[in-house]
Every structure is written in structure tokens, then in C-alpha cells.
Design a protein around this ligand. Structure first.
Ligand SMILES: Nc1ncnc2c1ncn2[C@@H]1O[C@H](COP(=O)(O)OP(=O)(O)OP(=O)(O)O)[C@@H](O)[C@H]1O
Length: 277
């Protein structure tokens, strides 16, 4: 099976991107898939959730992106140092140093310069894609956790991806952030990655018994459902979600019976069904 790279994006903050990256990854790994999680956010929330202290991480995504730009021959050894192996999941960590890379990408783009050390004629949008290229044979799924900022770092993630999952909080009737997120995906598809698709809109923090959650679901399906898939399985609200990162365990390991953990298992099945269809 060819590796499938999925970015988890929404330019609205706090919609469940990190939670989805971690727990969808854990659920795919529980189904025997080889999964790499990529923390593409200088806040390092995903890195923290897996039990690492971002400040203590010496080789992170920032170092790998620097290597692609300055010393591509060192990338392989950088990857071996950066990637952290857990029981069933691997992580490419991030910390604040990623902000420095973003500044560098912006300067490169503004000055129209390409990779100084690279032979190929790629541009600053494809740095993350180049980081991930050597990993294609090692994984079935690469999931990229994006920050909410629609910047070059996010564009790098989209340009490196086959598809995106857009988590939407089921508490907001206006599904704030969704139109702008979809527009950004459309533009990246048009300009850099013609195969990029929206794998699905994912309702998160779903309280099935409340009228508001049901209304948001209906509204999303009515507004977008004819053009964009909406995952059948919303992610249930569960207080256990806030607890599991403190233990450095996935929700599936920490509270396997809680409704949100079961939602992520169903979501993984939906994702796998789609790939085999
Ligand atoms: N299914 C859920 N049930 C209850 N709480 C949840 C659920 N999913 C996420 N949360 C909580 O919502 C908050 C935001 O989640 P998360 O960090 O995953 O969002 P995010 O989109 O990655 O945020 P950011 O935009 O800041 O990167 C967290 O406190 C998390 O514990």
C-alpha cells in the first residue's frame, strides 16, 4: 500500500485537530497500520500530548526542514534522530523552533529564492514534502497536525498531503473558519497539489442529546454534504479527552470505553473503508 498523507486542518482554533491527529493515529495503529504523526505546530501540543517536553527535544521538524534547505545529504540521519518511536505510533516532534523556519520560508518566498542547496527546482512550499519523501516506504499513514494559522507552514502541510480532514466543533452554528479553510485547500490544490482532496468534515465534541449539536450536524450536511463528504461518525464529547494527554497516552489506551475513544475507532474504520473502496 502506498503511504497516505492526511493533514488535519481548520483555521479556527480549538476544534480538535491535535486530539484527532493523535487518536485517529492510535486507532489506525490498532488496526495494524504503520502510522507517523507529524507535529506541524510550533506550540508542540501533539508532542506534549504524547508525553514529551517540546523544549527538551533537540532534533525536531524544524531541524529536518533546515536540512532540506541547507544540507539535504544530512536528512536521513536527521530523520533517524528526530523520529520518536512509541509502542504503536511514531512521532516527528515540534517546538518553538518551527516559528524560525516559518520566518525563513517567508523570506525565501518573498525574495523568490529556491532551496539554496537543492538540485531540484522546488520552492519553499515543498520543504515539508521533501522531509516526508524518504519516509513513504516506512508508513501506511502520515497524519499532520496543523496549527490554526493559515501560513506557509500550513501550506507546506497541504502541499505534502493527499487529503485533509477538517474537524469542526459541534457547538458553533456558524461553523466558523470552515469556508476560509476550504478556500485555502482549494487554492493549494489549484496551485501546488492537484490531487489534494477533502477526505471529510468531522464533527467533534458532539453531544448527541443536545439540540445544538444536532442542528450543527444538519446544517453542515445541508450546506456542504452534496460537495464534500461529512464523516458518518461524529466524535462524541467526553471529559476523558482533556485528561489523556497528561498521561502521555492515547485516549484509546487511557479510556478505551469512553464514547470519544469509540468514535475514533469508528472513524478509523471509515477511513480504512474508503481506502479499500
Ligand atoms: N471529543 C472531545 N470531547 C471533549 N473535549 C474535547 C474533545 N476534543 C477535543 N477536546 C478538548 O478541546 C480542546 C481543544 O482540542 P485540541 O487541542 O485537540 O484542538 P486544536 O484544534 O488542536 O487546537 P489548536 O487550534 O489550538 O491547535 C482541548 O482542551 C481538548 O481536550
Amino acid at each position: 500500500m502506498r503511504v497516505i498523507t492526511i493533514s488535519i486542518v481548520n483555521i479556527k482554533g480549538g476544534t480538535g485537530k491535535t486530539t484527532t491527529t493523535y487518536n485517529l493515529g492510535a486507532a489506525l495503529a490498532a488496526r495494524g497500520k504503520r502510522v507517523l504523526l507529524v507535529d506541524n505546530d510550533p506550540q508542540g501540543s501533539l508532542t506534549k500530548s504524547l508525553g514529551y517536553d517540546p523544549k527538551q527535544m533537540t532534533v525536531t521538524l524544524a531541524a529536518l526542514m533546515s536540512q532540506v534547505i541547507d544540507a539535504p545529504e544530512q536528512l536521513e540521519s536527521g530523520l533517524n534522530k528526530a523520529i520518536q518511536h512509541q509502542d504503536t505510533l511514531d512521532l516527528c516532534p515540534a517546538n518553538q523552533k518551527l516559528s524560525g523556519i516559518l520566518t525563513r520560508l517567508i523570506v525565501m518566498q518573498a525574495s523568490g529564492s529556491m532551496f539554496p542547496q537543492s538540485d531540484n527546482d522546488t520552492n519553499p512550499v515543498f520543504v515539508l514534502r521533501s522531509v516526508l519523501a524518504p519516509l513513504a516506504a516506512r508508513y501506511d499513514y502520515i497524519l499532520i497536525d496543523c496549527s490554526p494559522h493559515p501560513d506557509l507552514q500550513m501550506i507546506n502541510a497541504l502541499a505534502a498531503s493527499d487529503s485533509v480532514i477538517v474537524p469542526i466543533q459541534a457547538h458553533y452554528l456558524d461553523a466558523e473558519g470552515l469556508p476560509d479553510t476550504l478556500e485555502l485547500v482549494r487554492r493549494v490544490r489549484q496551485t501546488y497539489q492537484p490531487n489534494l482532496s477533502v477526505r471529510g468534515l468531522l464533527l467533534t465534541m458532539y453531544k448527541g442529546r443536545t439540540l445544538l449539536s444536532r442542528m450543527v450536524r444538519e446544517q453542515i450536511e445541508e450546506t456542504y454534504g452534496s460537495q464534500i463528504p461529512v464523516f458518518e461518525q461524529p466524535i462524541d464529547y467526553s471529559v476523558r479527552v482533556a485528561e489523556h494527554p497528561a498521561y502521555g497516552e492515547s485516549l484509546l489506551a487511557y479510556a478505551p470505553d469512553c464514547p470519544a475513544a469509540q468514535s475514533y475507532t469508528h472513524l478509523a474504520e471509515e477511513v480504512l473503508r474508503h481506502e479499500s473502496a
